[in-house]
Design a protein around this ligand. Structure first.
Ligand code: F6P
Length: 362
């Protein structure tokens, strides 16, 4: 049955990704065409627990934002209403469930449906709220491209472009100094960014979490290059990569979350030790999330935003918009969060990397 919609809300949750503002603009513009009002919840769900945390988003509020990075309504990767962190009387952190407050706050604002833009964490929250009766539509976002049920998430292609540019620049300094340069890229437990940018920027070695590496293979490849008179090498490593028989490295704890990191430094140290070559490392970090979306991400984000509004109008709640080239269609949210989308070991991009002579660490 087609629902009677008058007001909808949108939020952006988890780590930001280039294209969030483009989604917001598409949602507002297409909702206004249907005569609906749109409200933005500030900082994920946090805005629902604060005064003035819900803001009216009309046409003028979203003017000129398509090309901008970040999100005009803010985001957080700490505000899970189902596992809200509070201090008990002893000063210890405990988790409480505030999901009913979310539902009540949206009802109090007469919001008929929520468009939740996020990655695996935010969309798991969206699914839980849907199961509690909220009218929710998901929009897949993450630079990591690790969400199942969609061919692409917006933000990924921009991150790959940023990483490719960075690796291109490392080539000249590596060659000038005859050094090995190791660059650590984001992607958590999926190697999409490292593999894509590594292949595009012709890295000599690419290490991803899907293929546990052997240091000996990595060093053999580097020594082979130097023996051929190519006196520099570029090694791209995903933050979640780990050696055969080993585990991913975590660098610090913050807000109850474990943060991957440090593998680039470790690998650089081991390369220097085993090959005797001067080696440097760098972590590209949040640069990969920063800046405006490239044209492909803008387009995908705008298409996702418009499609999400169509799903609200059709009453297809509990679904996420997804890219199934060339179409944008609806898939169950549950399907999207069921598993991490890793790089398939038989994927053509991996085959291409190997055909080009890239060492994958195995
Ligand atoms: O957006 C996903 C991601 O980029 C991961 O690849 C990375 O580990 C994480 O976010 C870091 O996010 P933050 O530093 O914001 O917690």
């Amino acid at each position: 049955m087609t629902p009677n919609i008058r007001r909808i809300a949108i939020n952006t949750g988890g780590g930001d990704a280039p294209g969030l503002n483009a989604v917001i603009r598409a949602v507002v513009r297409s909702s206004e065409q249907r005569g609906w009002e749109v409200f933005g919840i500030k900082d994920g769900y946090d805005g629902l627990f604060e005064e003035n945390g819900i803001i009216r988003l009309d046409r003028s509020a979203v003017r000129g934002i398509t090309h901008l990075g970040g999100t005009i309504i803010g985001t957080t990767n700490r505000g899970d209403p189902l596992n809200w962190r509070v201090l008990d009387e002893q000063g210890s952190t405990i988790l409480i469930d505030r999901s009913q407050e979310v539902i009540d706050a949206l009802a109090a604002h007469e919001i008929d449906a929520l468009i939740a833009v996020g990655g695996d964490g935010s969309l798991s929250i969206a699914q839980a709220l849907f199961e509690k009766g909220l009218n929710v539509i998901g929009v897949p976002k993450t630079i990591d491209n690790d969400l199942a049920a969609t061919n692409l998430t917006f933000g990924f292609l921009t991150a790959v472009e940023t990483a490719t540019d960075a690796i291109d620049k490392l080539h000249s300094t590596a060659e000038a100094h005859e050094r090995v340069m190791v660059v650590e890229l984001m992607g958590r437990n999926a190697g999409w960014i490292a593999l894509s940018a590594g292949v595009a920027a012709t890295a000599d070695v690419i290490l991803i979490p899907e293929i546990p590496y052997e240091m000996e293979r990595v060093c053999d490849k580097i020594q082979e290059r130097y023996a051929e008179g190519r006196n520099f090498a570029i090694v791209v490593v995903a933050e979640g990569a780990f050696p055969v028989g080993g585990e991913p490295l975590f660098q610090r704890q913050g807000g109850g979350k474990q943060h991957l990191g440090g593998i680039g430094a470790l690998i650089a140290e081991e390369i220097a030790e085993h090959t005797g070559q001067e080696t440097r490392h760098l972590v590209l970090g949040h640069l990969q999330r920063g800046g405006g979306p490239n044209a492909q991400d803008r387009l995908l984000a705008l298409r996702f935003g418009a499609a999400a509004v169509d799903l609200v109008a059709a009453g297809q709640f509990g679904c996420m918009v997804a890219l199934d080239p060339p179409d944008v269609l609806a898939v169950p949210l549950a399907e999207a969060i069921a598993e991490t989308k890793n790089v398939p070991i038989d994927s053509d991009i991996l085959k291409a990397a190997r055909a080009l002579g890239t060492c994958m660490g195995d």
